[in-house]
Design a protein around this ligand. Structure first.
Ligand code: EPU
Length: 301
């Protein structure tokens, strides 16, 4: 989708940067996605005004974080993409509190806090993506989730059209799900983390890194796990038991390392990946009577 000259001029006045015809394949870890205009939100204070502008002009939009958990449609997209600039995001520690911009890298945040003797997030070290994305999805791994550490979130709330601060207790964090509205935009978070010597945290980080390297296809294009685990079960184990590792549609393939990771082994399209997802879901439904739910967020045109 291309925005008009008039909207482009107004965005400039509001301090946002407009990039024309950006490829989402270049901005997502799956390497899949069509093209559209992208708006870089350089000034947080201008976000409410920018959202009003988009609403007034009937411009559909989606907010892209780290791009590591999203499957984007092919071709010219029917929505523009909003993005927070990720160069030099703010990170600061005060006692046991860490104040972090949403655009910060999750792994970078874990290390930054570790160096200041704040732990508790070791399990999240290899989870790719931004702090904002981690908040929205309640990212988790190896028994750790980000939710319990959240004390405050500053966000643009679609419901009120304003920038607000929510207390951690006002937000519901469930398994890979939160009570944020789909069009809320995470801006900053205050985390509270337990004190721990750096060396101890580092040892925990190493264990998690090794486990991850041993079981996940880290050097291939993926969006992490495609399906949520069903209650009490493992989607990866079920898909593996059905012999579906390496099953492929075009260049979209079930990883031979971890069956809940679907990888782009060349030039997979969104259509390929969706077909693969549907085929695997169908096979699991038939064999186990379980309907797997997507963990990856799908942006259809
Ligand atoms: N397994 C298989 N074959 C496979 C994959 C897994 O038999 O191909 C078995 C494993 O041997 C193990 C069980 O299934 O006994 C569970 O596997 P694993 O420990 O890899 O955990 P998972 O449930 O598949 C979850 C998260 C991952 C997270 C890991 C580690 C979900 C959907 N996935 O995977 O998160 O990294 O635990 O904590 O909750 C993600 O969210 O994108 C993600 C990758």
């Amino acid at each position: 989708m291309r925005v008009s000259e008039k909207v482009a001029a107004r965005l400039k006045e509001l301090g946002a940067e407009l990039r024309h015809g950006v490829s989402l394949a270049d901005q997502t870890s799956l390497g899949i996605g069509g093209t559209t205009d992208e708006i870089l939100l350089r000034r947080y204070e201008a976000i409410p005004e920018i959202m009003r502008l988009l609403a007034d002009e009937n411009i559909p939009h989606k907010f892209l974080g780290g791009g590591t958990n999203v499957l984007v449609d092919d071709g010219e997209l029917s929505f523009v993409v909003l993005h927070l600039p990720s160069t030099m995001p703010g990170m600061r520690v005060e006692g046991n509190a860490a104040y972090v911009d949403a655009a910060a890298d999750l792994g970078g945040t874990v290390t930054f806090c570790a160096k200041r003797d704040l732990g508790g997030m070791e399990g999240l070290i290899g989870v790719p993506g931004s702090i904002g994305g981690a908040l929205r999805m309640n990212a988790g791994a190896y028994g750790t989730q980000i939710g319990p550490h959240v004390r405050e979130v500053e966000l643009y709330r679609a419901a009120t059209g304003e920038i607000e601060t929510l207390r951690g207790s006002e937000i519901r964090f469930d398994y890979r799900h939160t009570s944020f509205a789909p069009d809320d935009v995470m801006l900053r978070v205050k985390l509270e983390l337990p004190s721990k010597p750096f060396k101890e945290i580092l040892a925990g980080i190493k264990v998690c890194n090794e486990k991850r390297r041993g079981s996940q296809p880290l050097n291939q294009k993926s969006a992490g796990c495609i399906f949520k685990n069903p209650a009490g079960g493992s989607a990866g184990r079920m898909i593996d038991e059905l012999g579906l590792k390496r099953h492929r549609v075009g260049d979209a393939m079930v990883s031979d390392r971890h069956a809940n990771f679907f990888v782009n082994v060349g030039h997979a399209t969104c259509a390929d990946m969706l077909k693969l997802i549907d085929e695997v879901r169908e096979r699991v439904r038939t064999a186990y009577g379980i309907e797997l739910e997507n963990e990856v967020i799908v942006w259809r045109n």
